[in-house]
Design a protein around this ligand. Sequence first.
Ligand code: SAM
Length: 178
Amino acid sequence: MPRVVILRLGHRPERDKRITTHVGLTARALGAEGMLLASNDKGIKNAIEDVAERWGGKFYVENDVSWKGEIKKWKEQGGKVCHLSMYGINLPDATEEIKGCEKLMIVVGAEKVPSEIYDLADWNVAVGNQPHSEVAAVALTMDRIAQEEPLKKEFGDAELTIVPMECGKRVIDNKKRE
Ligand SMILES: C[S@@+](CC[C@H](N)C(=O)[O-])C[C@H]1O[C@@H](n2cnc3c(N)ncnc32)[C@H](O)[C@@H]1O
């Protein structure tokens, strides 16, 4: 799988807190390295980085970035950009090509995204051509482009680790074991 960064556009702090947090948490869980938030909401950064600190890995959130600046920088560094939109080409028809790149920025909107994004993106990709959710779109895309099973990813330096079991809950507190 390429290195993946999420660019979240159009986040409205008064109504999108939960969904933007879920975009970040889902991307982290499936192997992205970070999320760039093109709005000012430090609470999102704090909430996601707090989870990452307890559950491991090195996921970061950058607050209040310039979306255009970040896309430009990413492309100058050889990265590719995949904008998720129900109007794009269908994911199964783009997966093989996307899998081949080294650095991938996945762009997801909230409200309507600036039309310029469609031209700046290397791929405008629909996760099926029906409206649904940015969380589902990120999850399915990351799952489809993964080379290894993303649900078995291990997170280093975790304070907390779950022991999967058929029934019940077991969480290891790694701090207590030190
Ligand atoms: C709830 S939708 C709102 C879309 C907005 N009304 C518009 O017309 O662009 C928010 C985001 O979810 C993602 N999304 C929703 N359905 C999608 C689909 N079928 N395929 C890919 N992305 C999707 C897109 O990134 C979109 O910007």
